[in-house]
Design a protein around this ligand. Structure first.
Ligand code: GKR
Ligand code: MG
Length: 428
């Protein structure tokens, strides 16, 4: 079998005004959908976060792919890593590797596994060793959120269709009580059994009170996490970490960098998790030397795809680290890639993050994927088990062309609401 083409399509879909340390989500989230085509009429699909460097590099990756056998994924990976070793990513976030090669190959790896699964008639999870569990749990990803739902109506508008999450979509969730209300509605609708609060937005005391309010409302059987995205100082992280000790399942990236996270571990006894201080294999030796964290949040979109994330699991177990899963705003191809990994990776010990409930759009046939009791199973359909809906793809591509966004920049979005707002002054 030979690869004959790589089709790269940038898309934009409605995203609500969610708050995080970097600012505010724009009315549209950007993703890139890829399709690897072969001479046997089998094609495979993948999805990663958008951005101009990823888009341009994926376009250029076509030259590396055409003529290759999709089963030769190691060769393809090496060619991509070499071909893009000096290309910087334009994604303005603290957790994406600076170099674009990892993200490019991540997208390709997911699509190539989809092709290979279809070629041998097996689901992707079987190509990476098979299921170790039948279902994988996800957590309720809670955000402080302004009123309105963004999308075509812009910030503060009331587009009743702008999120797939039916209840409270026009509401704002800013206080601890409002976040409890959000959590209850999300868990009622999706069946999630653990909670993650995106912090780094308000004063640490407000966010600490929110965690405690969630814990009290749900009881100790419902694990709670907080993720301030590294915008608390070490001192603040220790102070509030001590208060949070009785309530947290894990403490995700309160402060910045491996050294600070290591110091935090000496002072606070909650497990520390990260998708910011250790984001690549290259950073693992110093992570281990310093003792920066207890749990790495893997992500097949940043760690080089599904197969590399399986390898990360093994490395984590050797060095006494556990594994959880990070997410960004995404659609169903990514959700299924995460689910195949989730059912097959023995080291994933926690309910995985997903932004999926905040979205309403889909790019796959059959529309939105349904969670069952907060979890997903994967079918025995070959590959990822989902197919592109070309009409939906075209509609979301037209959104991309007309929305005017080519990079995610939450700081600029926030400045539209709070003039002069700067991430650099937003450190507690
Ligand atoms: O969607 O605002 C967001 C999150 O803050 C996202 O950008 C992060 O990647 O979910 C994330 C995390 O740091 O865990
Ligand atoms: Mg995080």
């Amino acid at each position: 079998m030979k690869i004959t083409d790589l089709v790269v399509t940038p898309i934009a879909f409605d995203d609500p005004p969610l708050l995080n340390a970097a600012g505010l989500h724009a009315p549209y989230a950007l993703r890139i959908i890829i399709e690897v085509k072969t001479d046997e009429n089998i094609s495979g699909i993948g999805e990663i976060a958008g951005g101009s460097a990823a888009l341009k590099s994926l376009e250029q990756a076509r030259d590396f792919l055409v003529g290759m056998n999709p089963f030769e994924r190691n060769r393809i990976r090496i060619a991509i890593e070499k071909g893009f070793e000096n290309v910087q990513d334009t994604m303005n976030v603290g957790y994406a590797p600076k170099n674009i090669a990892k993200r490019v190959y991540s997208a390709l790896n997911i699509a190539l596994l989809d092709v290979c699964g279809k070629a041998v008639g097996k689901p992707v999870c079987d190509l990476i060793g098979g299921r170790v569990r039948d279902r994988i749990d996800f957590s309720a990803y809670l955000f402080y959120k302004y009123e309105g739902a963004g999308g075509r109506f812009g910030f503060g508008g009331h587009d009743p269709e702008a999120t797939g999450w039916h209840k409270f979509k026009e509401n704002q969730f800013l206080t601890p009580d409002e976040i409890v209300e959000e959590a209850k509605a999300m868990c009622d609708e999706f069946g999630f059994k653990s909670l993650k609060l995106k912090g780094g937005v308000f004063e640490p005391q407000v966010e600490t009170d929110t965690v405690i309010a969630l814990y009290k409302a749900f009881g100790e059987g419902t694990p709670v996490r907080i993720d301030p995205n590294a915008c608390w100082t070490l001192e603040t992280s220790i102070k509030y970490g001590k208060m949070l000790e009785p309530y947290l399942e894990y403490y995700e990236d309160p402060c910045k960098g491996q050294e600070a996270m290591a110091e935090l571990g000496k002072a606070v006894s909650i497990p520390r998790a990260t998708n910011m201080c250790t984001t690549s294999f290259e950073e693992i030796p110093s992570d281990i030397r310093l003792g920066s964290d207890d749990i790495i949040l893997a992500d097949p979109h940043y760690w080089g795809g599904i197969e590399s994330t399986m390898q990360l699991g093994k490395i984590c177990s050797v060095f006494g680290r556990k594994l959880s899963m990070h997410s960004n705003s995404h659609l169903g191809i990514s959700l299924m890639a995460m689910a195949h990994l989730g059912v097959a990776c023995p080291e994933i010990d926690y309910a995985m993050d997903t932004h999926y409930p905040w979205q309403k759009d889909e790019v796959i046939k059959g529309g939105r994927i349904q969670f069952e009791d907060g979890a997903l199973s994967v079918s025995n359909e070959p590959g990822l088990g989902v197919e592109l809906d070309y009409e939906a793809l075209e509609r979301l591509h037209q959104n991309y062309l007309s929305c005017g966004y080519t990079e995610r920049n939450d700081e600029i979005e926030m400045q539209k609401v709070v003039p002069g707002w700067k991430f650099s002054t937003h450190i507690f």
